[in-house]
Design a protein around this ligand. Structure first.
Ligand SMILES: [Zn+2]
Length: 114
């Protein structure tokens, strides 16, 4: 399998706590996954850079612009607490529907739902 060739393995459950039987601690598992995500992002960046001629400076400028989407230049994308437009109850960002009344929730960006 391709993932095995990259030193990766696909896990059926993405929650780190599901590996509680592992000899690795949760922090070490998350660190490993973070490092793999950096590699995947770097690989994607090389494709984008080559295909579109975008410079590292343009990437950094875009990063700063995206960082300001939530109104704070802090290296994080904070998702504010949203209320259901129909019933007014607090929404869980992990669900596409209000847990109380079933109203479909629309997010400003797909990344808010992560
Ligand atoms: Zn609702």
């Amino acid at each position: 399998m391709l993932y095995a060739n990259m030193g990766m393995r696909r896990e059926s459950n993405n929650t780190p706590s599901s590996n509680s039987g592992s000899s690795k601690g949760d922090l070490e598992i998350l660190t490993d996954r973070f490092e793999k995500l950096k590699l995947v992002n770097l690989a994607l960046w090389t494709f984008i850079k080559e295909a579109h001629g975008i410079t590292e400076e343009q990437l950094i400028e875009r990063y700063k612009q995206v960082d300001m989407i939530d109104g704070s230049s802090d290296g994080k994308l904070k998702v504010g607490i949203k209320k259901c437009t129909k019933c007014g109850k607090t929404l869980n960002p992990k669900f596409e529907k209000c847990q109380y009344c079933g109203t479909i929730v629309s997010f400003g960006t797909i990344f808010e739902a992560i």
